[in-house]
Design a protein around this ligand. Structure first.
Ligand SMILES: C[S@@+](CC[C@H](N)C(=O)[O-])C[C@H]1O[C@@H](n2cnc3c(N)ncnc32)[C@H](O)[C@@H]1O
Length: 257
């Protein structure tokens, strides 16, 4: 590709949420799904159009395109890539998150490289689109209001619900935009205690920006309640947080229209 040096510098020195392997470079992501992803039981997406809500750097969007046969992906994220906080946090946590988001923005460090690639900010989704030459687009938007977007064959929402105050509105918005099926990946899931094993539980974490932990049954119940049918767990898995070295439980859940 053109401007290979600039791209490689961003891959090597940039802040990455996911590990990508490109040009023999491995980005230092918070999460490395590169080998795990093929074991997660995602269905094939041949010729399907996908809406990836909370798409971040587009790791899953690229996987849908390059490995699962999707025809097109629209990634939507609330991140403006201007260092402002891209999560709904309680007011009392705003300063803490603000510092975190400023420290994560690598645009000041790599502005010359981004500009050389024709990129105006540090949006990694657009970087990935360019580097892999993918038929994907990015739009700024919130999961709480997807009305401006078309309907898609498939909707996907990865590791976002646990950060939201109002997961039910979010799932309902996904339902409205889904033609065939919706896949939700949810992080930090919990098991119901044995004596409450038939209860759909969610637990407030006490945090100001990572609000709830869910049992699989609670996610399934929310999906069923907004109208999804044949809701089932595709996979329960654990993934390491590279910085801390411990593994965090996830659930991948599918529901059909
Ligand atoms: C924890 S990351 C998960 C990224 C990716 N989907 C994955 O599965 O690894 C959550 C993403 O959701 C975005 N986000 C947060 N609140 C959002 C909202 N209300 N609507 C859309 N995106 C949101 C964040 O900016 C971030 O990119």
């Amino acid at each position: 590709m053109e401007n290979l040096d600039s791209a490689n510098k961003i891959l090597q020195l940039g802040t990455w949420y996911h590990t990508f392997e490109i040009n023999n470079i491995k980005t230092k992501g918070t999460y490395d799904y590169t080998s795990l992803i093929n074991e997660l039981s995602f269905p094939k997406l041949d010729n399907m159009k996908v809406l990836d809500v909370g798409c971040s750097d587009g790791f899953f969007s690229r996987y849908f395109m390059e490995e699962l046969g999707a025809d097109y992906v629209l990634g939507v994220d609330i991140n403006k890539y201007d260092s402002s906080v891209a999560f709904e946090v309680l007011n009392s946590f705003e300063n803490e998150y603000s510092e975190k988001y400023q420290s994560h923005n690598d645009f000041d460090l790599l502005s010359a490289e981004y500009k050389e690639l024709g990129l105006e900010n540090s949006n990694k989704f657009l970087f990935i689109k360019k580097v892999f030459n993918l038929n994907i687009d990015f739009e700024y938007g919130s999961i709480y209001d997807l009305t401006k977007f078309d309907n898609f064959d498939v909707t996907f929402c990865g590791s976002l619900l646990e950060h939201l105050r109002d997961p039910i509105t979010a799932i309902e918005q996904l339902y409205f935009k889904t033609n065939n099926f919706c896949i939700i990946d949810i992080s930090n899931t919990i098991n119901s205690p044995f004596f409450q094993r038939r209860k759909a539980l969610l637990e407030y974490t006490g945090a100001g920006g990572n609000f709830f932990r869910y049992t699989n049954d609670s996610v399934k119940l929310m999906m069923e309640t907004v109208g999804f049918k044949n809701v089932k767990v595709l996979n329960n898995y654990k993934i390491k947080i590279e910085k801390y070295g411990y593994k965090i439980p996830h659930s991948l859940i599918i529901g059909y229209k």
